[in-house]
Design a protein. Structure first.
Length: 447
């Protein structure tokens, strides 16, 4: 029963309508890089803004307790794209994935030589046209599982009929670093002038998805097959150079020496309406007993504390030290500065999710221009794993704590749009059997 958790969860909430239509559904499969549960409808963050995802949730199922198979991109994506957990693939972290060829991860020697991919089964058994845009598999720049030797897209082997990603060799990010850097240590972020938005990879790759939808709408581009369009959206993955209109600019600390000092976080705690960015709870003993139970000098706390110290030591590099208020002690003055810097980073992360939502919105708007196509499409949107933002003094990913593995998942079957929320556990390893069933394609046999 383990491998059918999501399958049965979805079918118990939303009825399958394959028998009611003569056409197989198109599938828009959107993977958002490093997006945790800070999405409207979840309990991740009260200030997140994701109107497009929220609109999709109103037409489909929001999986409130959805979990990635692993807390890093490589193993998580390998798992949900093949329907097998990391124990089977042997890919437990990003360094274990052999990027040159997906098949090299599955060998008789390792006892896992039988493997299938979601796009491969849809293409070969379901008669789908499969198109990869951006980062879907990890190692996307290696054209992973794409048959580049066959010129005819309709005759290609492996997983994909077509494959595209935009790569400017870091030119845009280099420009943004020069012009807009406001980061700290490994936390690389900045508010980018809006005129540069069309230069971002996510904007350009959304353009490619829109062009594909327009081609399909004009009657070409898919070899007369339904499509599986897999779109990888890179933000909110680092570096977080996000067009400034997606920030909550009224809360952003522009100048640490501004007088009076602008407190960037919600203060006092619990204030409504919010006067700054709400910071995650970092001190609640009931939530963080497991962290405090770790050996103080052990590896786990050392790894967590290493990134946290980027913020704790932030004020050591400010000379002269800004004065938040004459009434504060030196230690409290430094704490206000640190928390405001944290708030700026959280503002950037929330902006990254807002930006990703907007790119999804552009694609959905293109789809809506073709009602027949729109009304025969299943839309799947999710983050590839969770992402910690100072909870338990931990930042980013790679642990098995809740914040690193819980993420957002929405499935909207636009053939029969009905809102629902599932509170049952849902594992990403079951995305493959769930979508194959909704598409009317048999699940392959694993010996």
């Amino acid at each position: 029963m383990k491998t059918l958790i999501l399958f049965f969860t979805y079918l118990s909430v939303v009825p399958v309508v394959i028998a009611q239509t003569g056409d197989k559904p198109n599938i828009l499969f959107v993977v958002v890089d490093d997006m945790n549960d800070w999405v409207e409808g979840f309990d991740g963050h009260p200030q997140t803004r994701t109107p497009v995802m929220s609109g999709l949730a109103d037409m489909g199922t929001l999986f409130y307790n959805a979990y990635a198979s692993a807390p890093q991109c490589g193993p998580s994506r390998t798992s949900f794209m093949t329907g097998k957990d990391p124990h089977y693939s042997g890919v437990y972290d990003n360094t274990k994935l052999k990027c040159a060829s997906l098949s090299s991860n599955y060998t008789e020697e390792e006892g896992n030589e039988t493997y299938y991919t979601l796009p491969g089964i849809l293409k070969d058994s379901g008669g789908y046209y499969t198109y990869n845009i951006g980062k879907v598999f990890h190692c996307w720049k290696d054209y992973i599982d794409f048959d580049s030797d066959t010129p005819d897209p309709c005759a290609r082997a492996l997983s994909w009929n077509d494959y595209y990603f935009y790569d400017d060799d870091g030119a845009a990010d280099s420009l943004f670093i020069d012009l807009f850097f406001d980061g700290l240590g490994p936390f690389d972020w900045g508010r980018v002038d809006s005129i540069y938005e069309p230069l971002t990879a996510d904007y350009i790759q959304a353009d490619s998805a829109i062009s594909f939808i327009n081609r399909v709408g004009s009657g070409s581009g898919t070899c007369d097959r339904p499509f599986f369009l897999a779109l990888g959206i890179k933000k909110p993955h680092f570096p977080l150079y996000i067009p400034q209109q997606y920030f909550m600019n009224e809360f952003y600390m522009d100048d640490v020496y501004e007088e009076p000092f602008h407190i960037a976080f919600n203060f006092p705690e619990g204030t409504t309406p919010y006067n700054g960015i709400v910071l995650p709870d970092q001190t609640s003993p009931s939530r963080y007993l497991d962290y405090f139970a770790l050996p103080e000098d052990g590896m786990a706390r050392t790894i967590c504390d290493k990134q946290e110290k980027n913020f704790e030591e932030y004020t050591l590099y400010l000379s002269p030290l800004p004065v938040v208020s004459d009434t504060l002690t030196d230690s409290l003055n430094r704490l206000f500065l640190e928390q405001s810097k944290r708030a700026n980073f959280l503002n950037a992360y929330l902006a990254g999710i807002h930006f990703a939502d907007a790119m999804l919105g552009r694609v959905m708007e293109a789809l809506e221009a073709y009602p027949e196509m729109y009304n025969n499409t299943i839309v799947v949107v999710f983050g590839d794993h969770g992402f910690s933002l100072s909870e338990k003094r931990h930042w980013q990913k790679s642990t098995l704590w809740e914040t690193d593995v819980r993420t957002s998942l929405l499935i909207a079957d636009l053939r029969d749009p009905e809102p629902a929320v599932s509170y049952r556990m849902a594992g990403f390893v079951d995305l493959m059997p769930t979508l194959l069933d909704l598409a009317g394609v048999d699940l392959p046999y694993f010996p």
